[in-house]
Design a protein around this ligand. Structure first.
Ligand SMILES: Cc1cc2nc3c(=O)[nH]c(=O)nc-3n(C[C@H](O)[C@H](O)[C@H](O)COP(=O)(O)OP(=O)(O)OC[C@H]3O[C@@H](n4cnc5c(N)ncnc54)[C@H](O)[C@@H]3O)c2cc1C
Length: 485
């Protein structure tokens, strides 16, 4: 079994893509985007559409799609990257949150639309998403979540409760007691989307420089030689070993890698997530499992798993594994820990006994960005013309498209319904310094796992202790992250 090599998704495309050139030397641009994941690439794509004459340069440390965008679960999900309650504290209150959620739902179609118009072949199937409860405690949590959704105004068209039989008719997950179905979700091959998007941005005139890490992003005049400005006065400088890029606007689109940039070390916590993919399943196994609608699938565990049926007949499934590396360290080329692989292997076989002795083919991991209050942000400061977007807390595939469109409008100076959404300009406080950061995240996940073990149908512990721990975790989740878990 392979471990690392960035991801199975890249391997399935034939390995790492041909490398684009590095920055040739000091450069001037209208817009410099740091990071060629979905956020940076969507921003470049839409901005080039709005301002075809603009010189847009993207600096990428490795290659386009090297980060989470080339490694994720392939859920294009409309799920809110953050807490309704936190966003609702903004000036637009609950109405703003509803607008953000409506935009996220239509973003699923927008991603599909661009894939079609740009001929991005990334196995996009809008099959909805299914969350399955596999224990009484998970079912109770799912019902409670549904009650909250209904109270918020989400009707049957947004979330539908499925009985045990209705759930199994879609996907035959062993021990499923019920499910929650939401139609606004699609399945993609993530690396194919990233590669296709990079090519689409280039067709619009964007220049992507690879193997070009920015070592620092500073406002113009902040220690730049002579203080000379980018064209137009304000703006920023992205420093690299090949020279500076001076631009009217500089946008930081580095999500889980943000802690590597000076001045941003405690802005976003790099949360680790790991995935495994099986070998292709035989037709007989698929006959038992079903999954003909290609829904994105998750369970209701505290440390939940997420999965998809791939276009080439495999199950790809992910979960938290080791949640966080001390000092905001990131993985090396996506290699993940053997215990995590063993745990995910166990989950596959438990959820889908029909896989039999089908082997795992590949395992990998990556980092996603988590703000201290678990709420994403799209920020652009017109006076300095510096901006950034990210912190999608694991719901970043669709959100990065919406964030990219929003950043493009902000940079172009074109107010739109997107530029007043509640995540625009949202601020979250910095993460604690180490070792508190490491201890907090690991402590919380240890409790999640304990609760999941106690909730398992096979557990022989008393129900009341289980419920109390689950409730306590819900409150701890509120305190630690701002979201009920
Ligand atoms: C294993 C895993 C599974 C996930 N599953 C899902 C899912 O199914 N659905 C979902 O919605 N979300 C999922 N996510 C989250 C989602 O993938 C991310 O939120 C999203 O891809 C973030 O895109 P991005 O462009 O902001 O960041 P990234 O894709 O991480 O891109 C950042 C880029 O910046 C580059 N970079 C970093 N530092 C520098 C620098 N100093 N200079 C230049 N370049 C730099 C990196 O090399 C990288 O290419 C998952 C994440 C992981 C890790």
């Amino acid at each position: 079994m392979r471990n690392g090599e960035v991801s199975y998704w890249w391997r399935a495309l034939g390995g790492f893509p041909p490398r684009r050139a590095s920055l040739p030397g000091p450069t001037e641009a209208d817009v410099c985007i740091v990071g060629a994941g979905y956020t940076g690439l969507w921003t470049a794509y839409y901005l080039a559409g709005l301002r075809p004459q603009a010189r847009i340069v993207v600096l990428e440390a490795a290659f386009a799609g090297y980060g989470a965008s080339g490694r994720n679960g392939g859920w294009v999900t409309s799920e809110l990257p953050g807490s309704r309650a936190v966003y609702a504290r903004g000036p637009r209150g609950a109405a703003g949150v509803r607008d953000l959620e409506a935009e996220l739902r239509s973003t699923v179609d927008e991603v599909g639309r661009v894939c079609e118009t740009e001929s991005i072949d990334c196995d996009f199937v809008r099959g909805g998403r299914l969350s399955v409860a596999t224990s009484p405690a998970q079912l109770a949590r799912l019902r409670a979540a549904l009650a909250q959704l209904r109270a918020w105004g989400d009707g049957d068209d947004v979330y539908t409760f499925l009985s045990r039989d209705e759930t199994s008719e879609r996907i035959n997950v062993a021990g499923a007691l019920g499910g929650l179905y939401a139609p606004d979700s699609a399945r993609v091959q993530p690396a194919a989307l990233a590669a296709g998007l990079a090519a689409a941005a280039e067709r619009r005139g964007v220049t992507i420089y690879e193997a070009t890490p920015a070592t620092e992003i500073v406002p113009v005049g902040a220690g730049t030689a002579g203080g000379a400005g980018a064209p137009g006065g304000a703006g920023g400088v992205a420093r690299t070993v090949f020279g500076d890029v001076r631009a009217r606007s500089v946008l930081r689109c580095t999500e889980g890698f943000t802690a590597g940039l000076p001045g941003s070390r405690r802005a976003l916590l790099p949360m680790n997530s790991s995935m495994v993919v099986t070998e292709p399943l035989p037709a007989a196994a698929w006959k038992q499992i079903g999954w003909d609608g290609f829904e994105t699938l998750s369970d209701e565990a505290h440390a939940y798993v997420y999965a998809q049926r791939t276009a080439d007949g495999r199950i790809a499934i992910g979960g938290r594994g080791v949640p966080y590396r001390f000092g905001s360290a990131v993985d090396h080329l996506g290699a993940t820990q053997p215990p995590t692989i063993a745990a995910l292997s166990g989950v596959v076989r438990r959820m889908f006994p029909a896989v039999g002795d089908v082997r795992l083919d590949h395992a990998w991991c990556g980092v996603l960005g988590v703000p201290r209050d678990w709420c994403a942000s799209v920020t652009y400061d017109p006076p300095s013309r510096l901006g950034w977007a990210g912190g999608y807390t694991g719901h970043g595939v669709a959100a990065a498209n919406l964030a990219g469109r929003t950043l493009a409008d902000l940079v172009a100076g074109e107010p739109s319904p997107l530029t007043s959404l509640p995540w625009v300009g949202h601020r979250s406080r910095a993460w604690e310094p180490e070792p508190a950061r490491w201890a907090g995240v690991h402590g919380l996940y240890a409790l999640y796992r304990l609760a999941d073990r106690l909730e398992a149908p096979s557990a022989d512990r008393g129900g009341q202790a289980r419920v109390m721990l689950g409730e306590a975790l819900g409150r701890a989740g509120d305190v630690v992250s701002g979201i009920p878990h």
